[in-house]
Design a protein around this ligand. Structure first.
Ligand code: SAM
Ligand code: SF4
Length: 323
């Protein structure tokens, strides 16, 4: 069954971290500010998406909290009355932002965190500040942004020894940790001195992570109909763990996701390199509500026959598309 239709909105390609697999250390060519959709333009697309059947929104980036006044966008989107309004963030600015985001109508938050160790964090994110992320998680919980989920990309030889620590963290902090398979994105080139170029040996398959968890903590019971792209399981104490395996267990068949880039490009898939230019429609006066709705409906319809193609076709600019 095709899952609920979701619009993922990448509000910026700017980021205050440089995670080794995602952003090259030297940074990336950025979309000029004048070419980024305004919050009003994003809201116009979101309104049209709802008319086309989308009921859920997720804000992502780059780092969404690096864009000024994000709560204003949250307020606009919440005003449309979606079933779900979520944010994916690196958590660096979440402690200061959580209460305001909740007041603006944000429902829940997913925080990306690949290690629990300060020294290793500096190696993976190429910046200091893990304590700010822990503070952000606490602030999100205190603000009632529930459930708080954690995204952890598992990379062989870099952080895969921390799987048990993350399970204990999930238990202690009452958060759902979702272990994600590494994908070949633009951070993983020859200039990446920490990991080098992408290669299959870096990937720890979801099934392997699951087996390691069961070895250490006992059987995992599947949580049926958890929604979304993660396979979700429960330990006997109720701790929820998710496994997102885009490489070894692709979930294309059930995917109802559309992705709006900061430049207004609408993509039907991470493998969709072309997409549809909604900014042009919006700014050239051809993008009235009915026209936008039509473009979004045809994007959704094209998903039924979409073939994702070989791994090499992946849009490697995860920092722009938002994961
Ligand atoms: N900056 C925010 C953050 O880190 O949560 C939002 C954008 S980030 C691109 C969204 C998610 O994509 C993060 O959880 C990140 O770990 C994940 N991601 C980025 N590159 C990836 C890769 N090569 N393989 C798997 N996940 C990746
Ligand atoms: Fe920034 Fe998120 Fe990419 Fe890390 S994963 S560099 S926090 S966009």
């Amino acid at each position: 069954m095709r899952s609920a239709k979701v619009l993922r909105v990448s509000v910026t390609d700017r980021c205050d971290l440089r995670c080794v697999y995602c952003m090259p250390e030297a940074g990336v060519p950025l979309v000029p500010m004048a070419e980024m959709l305004t919050y009003e333009e994003i809201a116009a697309v979101a309104r049209a998406a709802m008319a086309a059947g989308v009921r859920r929104f997720r804000l992502t980036g780059g780092e969404p909290l690096a864009r000024r006044g994000l709560a204003a966008l949250v307020r606009l989107l919440a005003g449309l009355g979606p079933d779900d309004l979520a944010l994916t963030t690196n958590g660096m600015r979440l402690a200061e932002a959580a209460a305001g985001l909740k007041a603006a109508g944000l429902g829940r938050v997913t925080v990306s965190l690949d290690t629990l160790r300060p020294d290793r964090f500096e190696k993976i994110a190429r910046r200091k500040g893990i304590e700010r992320i822990f503070a952000g998680i606490a602030a999100a919980r205190a603000a009632g942004l529930a459930p708080v989920k954690i995204n952890t990309v598992v990379i062989r030889g870099l952080n895969d020894d921390e799987v048990p620590d993350f399970v204990r963290f999930a238990r202690a902090e009452r958060v759902e940790v979702r272990f994600i398979e590494l994908m070949p994105t633009s951070g993983l080139g020859p200039e990446c001195k920490e990991l080098g170029g992408w290669r299959p040996a870096l990937v720890v398959k979801g099934a392997e992570v699951r087996a390691r968890v069961e070895d250490a903590f006992g059987p995992l019971a599947p949580v049926p109909d958890a929604g979304g792209v993660a396979s979700v399981f429960r330990l006997d104490d109720g701790t929820r763990l998710g496994f997102i395996a885009p490489l070894s267990e692709p979930f294309c068949r059930g995917c109802g996701r559309l992705r709006l880039g900061p430049d207004g490009r609408l993509r039907v898939c991470l493998f969709d390199r072309a997409g549809t230019d909604l900014r042009r429609a919006l700014r050239e006066g051809t993008g009235g509500p009915a026209a936008l709705e039509g473009l979004i409906r045809s994007a959704l319809a094209s998903k039924a026959t979409w073939e994702r193609g070989a791994l090499e076709a992946l849009t490697s600019e995860m920092f722009r598309i938002g994961g």
